[in-house]
Write a protein that binds this ligand. Structure first.
Ligand SMILES: Nc1nc2c(c(=O)[nH]1)N[C@H]1C(S)=C(S)[C@@H](COP(=O)(O)OP(=O)(O)OC[C@H]3O[C@@H](n4cnc5c(=O)[nH]c(N)nc54)[C@H](O)[C@@H]3O)O[C@H]1N2
Ligand SMILES: Nc1nc2c(c(=O)[nH]1)N[C@H]1C(S)=C(S)[C@@H](COP(=O)(O)OP(=O)(O)OC[C@H]3O[C@@H](n4cnc5c(=O)[nH]c(N)nc54)[C@H](O)[C@@H]3O)O[C@H]1N2
Ligand SMILES: [Mo]
Length: 702
């Protein structure tokens, strides 16, 4: 019989601002080819390198295909598990959750989830809905954008900014703490188009990334000092007459106070704080003052520091001072999610479904929550769409929590990960070609519907179906716990102006009230109660934060005392071929990325007698990880870097960079401070890692 082939449009589910629309070719039920949809207005066809190989993940021999119950010791890998039927596995989960509730109440259950899929159906609706109804602890989802969300919520009234496609009209573009060539690839052609029309592009990043190398200018401040730089720039802009006083008066509050503060931030002070030549700061300030429109694309890298909240506020204040929001292509953008009118929280806790009050637990503090700080203790953990054993800070302490004898852990996963090593029950989950989902985007203004196109391998089920079965096994009979995936998608779209039927027909649609190429805040109208942007926000005092835009210095990176013992600041930004820890086990992606490396400036490598290719131990008081030395002048003396999100079980010594990162909150939002870390690096003696080191993952299929 001739093979049958069909093409199915869908959405890339990964945690990336781009949310590509793709076209999946299915032959005889198997996903065989994937390409970008060339007609999508923002993502325009090409997928990124890592997602070109997404089908390696879908069709991989390591897909989980049956529920697994632990019968051996934790940490021993898949050999410690036996296959089970769904009925037996779900019964086991229900029994574990009941036991936790009987002993310490429902708040002893913690769901832990993030953006393994950005789809709201499989991600942030049915799972949170079930746990909210149970009265389990709520998860404060801080691990990624909490500081920016809080900062922008204060300053602009929400995660809003310039219309992403309008950046083609900018005459000056600042890429600030962002590396779009690795992490926001589909915005880059718009930046290039602006550059070809004569825009001047400046990257502000402690590292000379590919993005920095392709910019017209690169400023490399010390990590965690961006707010000081922003204050120095605003001071110079003001001094050369670049403040748009009319616009400031009409559409902001607090300019008088900020202007007084700028008096105390001469460029020389700001530049000294940032480790920059003051003339470079003055030159950039003068350029901003003279160039309309200026677009500032704020990335997430600068957010992973103790002073992240003030950093985002201060940077996002610059276009308020210059009046840039008057113009298409002017303003700042750290995330576009606030423009979308689809709210998963509303669907997670639907009207009419009882949800007992419950405490919140900050996900970035998971190591704390599992090692005694929580009362009642967390005794049942249900993980989905995340791999916390690799991705949260203070890995050694986290691991002590995950191996607690009285902790019952369930992991819903597509493949065996670091976190599965600690599970009592592992449940096989579907991937994007196999389930329904609905996506917005944090980098553009389109929503995308993804319909199932293939059948899942073995017995894998969508998260939603797993939660429906858990609810039934717990005897919960609220009808909202039986909603189908299509019901959930329709509920998400309710009130958004988009119709499910239209998305079934057209896959994607513009999902916000903002037109392409327009300036949504030209005449103010920010989503604050009075429509004004808040340079001064009295509500912040209650959180112990300066109500006025200002500077919070870094915690470890700027600590001279600590620097005596741990002389190198360490940052761990995104690599190109992994997506957080997703793909980190796949052969093609691993080969492209190489082993964990510690990149050292030639001066720092020489001072330690380290050369390219040497095995090194990177350590501080919290732990250590092993890495191969890469001597690299893309960084500056005193600053080391490594890429985030290798798997621990596949890393030499069994630890990742998160063995040295700290549990510590950003000044606003309770976010993590991954990039605000100090370490020492030394030649590694064989096997010396200092953590609870485990195998090299030899039992994983390769
Ligand atoms: N290929 C790929 N793409 C991804 C991801 C991935 O893992 N791989 N992750 C996704 C996720 S979850 C996110 S949140 C985004 C993150 O994407 P980005 O916003 O690009 O964030 P990072 O890669 O953490 O950091 C960006 C840059 O900030 C710099 N940086 C670090 N500290 C500072 C600082 O103090 N000041 C300044 N000015 N710059 C600093 C880093 O050197 C880095 O080059 O990307 C998403 N896209
Ligand atoms: N040192 C350091 N650490 C960091 C960062 C850093 O910059 N430096 N960045 C942080 C950031 S920005 C983020 S966002 C976090 C991300 O950290 P995590 O939220 O842990 O994200 P991933 O590592 O990508 O893990 C997602 C998992 O979800 C699974 N998954 C995907 N889709 C589904 C599904 O439909 N169902 C189920 N059940 N599972 C699914 C994937 O297989 C994958 O294993 O990491 C943080 N960790
Ligand atoms: Mo993230």
């Amino acid at each position: 019989m001739a093979p049958t082939t069909s093409v199915h449009p869908g959405a890339c589910p990964l945690d990336c601002p781009d949310t590509c629309t793709w076209q999946l070719t299915v032959t005889d039920g198997r996903a065989v080819a994937l390409r970008g949809d060339p007609d999508h207005p923002f993502t325009r066809g090409a997928l990124c390198g890592k997602v070109n190989r997404y089908l390696d993940a879908v069709n991989g021999p390591d897909r989980l295909t049956t529920p697994l119950l632990r019968v051996g010791p934790r940490g021993a890998g898949p050999v410690a598990y036996r296959p089970a039927s769904w009925d037996e596995a779900i019964e086991r989960v229900a029994a574990g959750l009941r036991a936790a509730t009987d002993r310490h109440g429902p708040e002893s259950i913690l769901p832990y989830y993030f953006a393994g899929t950005m789809g709201f159906v499989q991600g942030w609706t049915m799972g949170p809905r079930l746990f909210a109804h149970l009265g389990a602890s709520r998860l404060d989802t801080t691990i990624c954008t909490a500081a920016a969300r809080a900062a922008l919520g204060s300053l602009y009234g929400g995660s809003v900014g310039f219309e992403p496609e309008s950046i083609v009209d900018a005459r000056l573009i600042l890429l600030w703490g962002a590396n779009p060539l690795s992490t926001n690839l589909h915005h880059w052609p718009f930046v290039r188009q602006a550059q070809q029309r004569g825009a001047y592009v400046v990257t502000i990043d402690p590292l000379r990334t590919d993005t920095a190398a392709r910019s017209d200018e690169h400023l490399a401040p010390l990590p965690g000092t961006d707010a000081a730089l922003a204050l120095g720039l605003m001071r110079h802009i003001r001094d050369v007459g670049g403040a748009d006083r009319e616009w400031l008066a009409a559409h902001t509050t607090g300019w008088d106070l900020l202007e007084a503060r700028l008096d105390r931030w001469p460029v020389d002070r700001a530049a000294a704080e940032c480790g920059l030549d003051p003339d470079l700061v003055r030159r950039l300030g003068a350029r901003i003052a003279a160039t309309r429109p200026t677009a500032i694309r704020i990335g997430y890298g600068l957010q992973r520091h103790a002073g992240a909240g003030q950093a985002v506020r201060a940077i996002a204040a610059i276009p308020l001072v210059t009046g840039d929001f008057r113009h298409p292509g002017g303003g700042a953008l750290a995330g576009a999610s606030g423009h979308h009118r689809i709210d998963p929280a509303r669907v997670a806790r639907p009207a009419g479904m009882p949800t007992p009050p419950a405490r919140s637990i900050n996900m970035s503090r998971l190591a704390d929550a599992l090692t005694g700080a929580a009362d009642p203790p967390v005794t049942a953990l249900v993980v989905f769409d995340a791999n916390p054993a690799a991705t949260v800070p203070d890995q050694n302490r986290l691991r002590r929590g995950l191996t607690r004898a009285d902790l019952f852990t369930v992991v819903l996963e597509q493949r065996w990960t670091d976190t599965c090593d600690y599970a009592d029950v592992v449940l096989p989950a579907t991937m994007q070609p196999e389930h329904l989902d609905l996506h917005t985007s944090y980098g553009h203004h389109y929503a995308t519907l993804n319909l199932p196109a293939t059948v899942a391998p073995g017995q894998a089920l969508p998260n939603t179906e797993i939660f429906r079965r858990i609810a039934a096994a717990l005897g919960l009979d609220h009808p909202r716990l039986r909603d189908t995936d299509e019901d959930l998608a329709r509920q998400l779209l309710h009130g958004s102006g988009l119709r499910y039927e239209d998305l079934v027909r057209n896959t994607y649609a513009r999902a916000t009230g903002v037109d392409v190429g327009t300036a949504p805040y030209a005449a103010g109208g920010f989503p604050t109660p009075d429509g004004r942007a808040r340079l001064h926000d009295p509500r912040l005092a209650a959180h112990g934060v300066d109500p006025l835009v200002g500077y919070t210095p870094p915690a470890e990176a700027g600590d001279a005392e600590l620097a005596r013992r741990f002389p190198l600041a360490l940052i761990s930004p995104a690599g190109r071929y992994f997506m957080n820890s997703t793909f980190a086990s796949l052969p093609w992606h691993r080969d492209r990325t190489g082993p964990p490396r510690i990149h050292l400036h030639p001066v720092d490598a020489a001072a330690r007698g380290l050369a390219d290719g040497d095995r090194a131990r990177v350590r501080n008081d919290r732990g250590a990880f092993l890495a191969t030395v890469a001597v690299d002048d893309a960084t500056r003396p005193g600053l080391a870097f490594t890429y985030k999100a290798y798997w621990a079980r596949l890393s030499p010594g069994g630890n990742t960079v998160n063995a040295v990162t700290a549990v510590r909150d950003t000044d606003l939002g309770g976010g993590p401070t991954f990039h605000d870390t100090r370490v020492e690096v030394e030649a590694a003696s064989a096997g010396a890692c200092g953590g609870d080191s485990r195998g090299d993952g030899a039992d994983l299929p390769r």
